[in-house]
Design a binder for this molecule. Structure first.
Ligand code: ATP
Ligand code: MG
Length: 449
């Protein structure tokens, strides 16, 4: 992408309305624009990041055996009356009436609708297990929308729903999602720790929130330090196998949010030097809820013994639009965002130090062609502005590498590569620059881990 032809409305001033770093940088980097309280447009740079996050989520959901579909944002109130949640949901639900005075709503979540789809088509235990997911906008009329896309009213969610014959099967489905989540967040460049969460009336221990540690997080969390360093299950994990050893291994170390923490247990379970009390951002939430929806909504299958039983369900959410902000909270410095390569809107900024100079332009054009040919997603800063502004823009929008090309270096056949994260610079022969960048970028894409 040539910057001169791109739409990148960066702001010089720090917007006053933004209270936290990620919100400030998302506005300054021209990623989002607020349209009304809790409603955001995703401008091209932000949209690119959002799409990259979604793609990683999709790849890991698919790897685990979940199947993608797409349900509408608007739902009928009648469906929600069947589960008893229409009245219970309260003011967070945006209720709408259509021209025929039918009661509708903008979906805050999709348990009812997916249960309806399931009961229409699936009748036998032979079709189980089944896990269906979609990535769709949700609306919740939050009491206090704030922190930009972190707590918005309209936000994107990946929500998956598992269906099993019995609790045992549902636990296996839960473990599959648990492992898929560990992999997903790791690929997004995050350390997200699964923490015990409230299971409500269902009870049991099958509810976890995945939490990213950050000072601006809305909840207080308590966990064992070793969880921060734990190796992630690899891409060749067999999702048909019994994944309970991985689940047990992760959940044997203490980790709980403030709603769930038992201080006495925390202090007796975790040695003092291993305790981490911090603030955290919830980026995902998984839970098992048995027959809570299948029972009232009549989602039943024929079991092997010929008897009809309501299916056991679980639901599994991740917020891609909250994640864009959470990644920034976890990775930035005073100059701007520091994107992990896997979600960076561009992998390299090609910085032409003397745009307008025939020789310099020619060398840059050639490198730009080579970057594209090498499959590297490059932003070519071909503007005629000063070098300082080009460096500042690239730093602000968080591009992992800069390839800096100017007349002085070219005279001796050299260019410079700057690493956004470490600030390190290396001078390299122009012929070797593309291969060097490829070697730096490819492992950081984390698509084969
Ligand atoms: P929270 O406790 O933060 O309000 P929640 O428990 O209501 O979240 P879930 O219903 O579990 O959230 O939704 C699944 C995921 O959707 C969350 O883990 C989060 O990533 C995302 N999410 C929920 N509410 C919002 C919101 N208002 N803005 C952006 N993302 C959200
Ligand atoms: Mg939650």
């Amino acid at each position: 992408m040539r910057l001169s032809r791109y739409f990148l409305p960066v702001l010089k001033e720090t917007p006053k309305e933004a209270e936290i770093t990620s919100h400030r940088f998302m506005l300054r980097a021209g990623m989002i624009r607020q349209q009304a309280s809790g409603l955001y447009s995703w401008l091209p740079l932000g949209f690119k990041v959002l799409r990259k996050i979604e793609k990683i989520i999709e790849e890991e959901q698919n790897r685990s055996g979940a199947i993608q579909l797409l349900m509408p944002t608007i739902q009928s109130a009648d469906l929600w009356r069947e589960s008893g949640r229409y009245e219970a949901y309260g003011k967070e639900m945006l209720r709408i009436e259509d021209r025929h005075e039918r009661e509708m709503l903008y979906g805050p979540t999709n348990e009812e609708m997916i249960t309806d789809i399931f009961r229409t088509y699936v009748k036998s235990y032979k079709d189980l297990p089944l896990n269906l997911y979609h990535i769709q906008w949700k609306f919740r009329d939050e009491v206090r929308p704030r922190f930009g896309t972190m707590r918005a009213r309209e936000f994107l969610m990946k929500d998956a729903y598992s269906f099993d014959l019995d609790q045992e099967g549902a636990v296996r489905s839960y473990h599959r999602m648990f492992v898929a989540y560990l992999r997903t967040f790791h690929r997004l460049g995050l350390t997200a720790i699964p923490m015990r969460a409230d299971t409500g009336p269902i009870g049991g221990d099958l509810s976890h929130e995945f939490i990213v540690l950050a000072d601006t997080g809305e909840s207080e969390v308590f966990c064992h330090r070793d969880l921060l360093e734990k190796p992630i299950p690899s891409a060749d994990t067999d999702f048909n196998a019994d994944l309970s050893p991985i689940f047990e291994d992760w959940t044997s170390l203490y980790a709980a949010t403030e709603e769930m923490v038992d201080m006495a247990e925390y202090e007796s379970d975790v040695a003092e030097d291993k305790r981490v009390s911090a603030r955290g951002i919830e980026v995902g939430h998984i839970f098992y809820f048995g027959t809570k929806y299948s029972e009232p909504m009549g989602a039943k299958v024929m079991g092997p013994d010929g008897k009809e039983v309501p299916v056991h369900m679980g639901s599994y959410g991740i917020g891609p639009s909250r994640l864009a902000a959470a990644i920034i909270e976890a990775s930035h410095d005073e100059n701007g965002i520091v994107w992990p390569v896997s979600v960076a809107p561009f992998e390299v900024t090609l910085i032409n130090l003397k745009a307008g100079d025939a020789e310099c332009d020619a060398a840059n054009e050639k490198l730009y062609g080579q970057l594209n040919a090498a499959g590297i997603d490059a932003l070519y800063d071909d503007r005629t502005t000063g070098a300082g502004q080009k460096f500042a823009t690239s730093d602000l929008i968080g591009i992992p590498f800069q390839l800096i090309v100017g007349p002085r270096g070219l005279a001796s056949g050299e260019v410079e590569i700057k690493h956004r994260k470490s600030g390190e610079r290396e001078t390299i022969g122009i012929e070797d620059a593309i291969a060097r960048l490829k070697a730096l970028i490819e492992p950081e894409r984390r698509d084969t881990i």
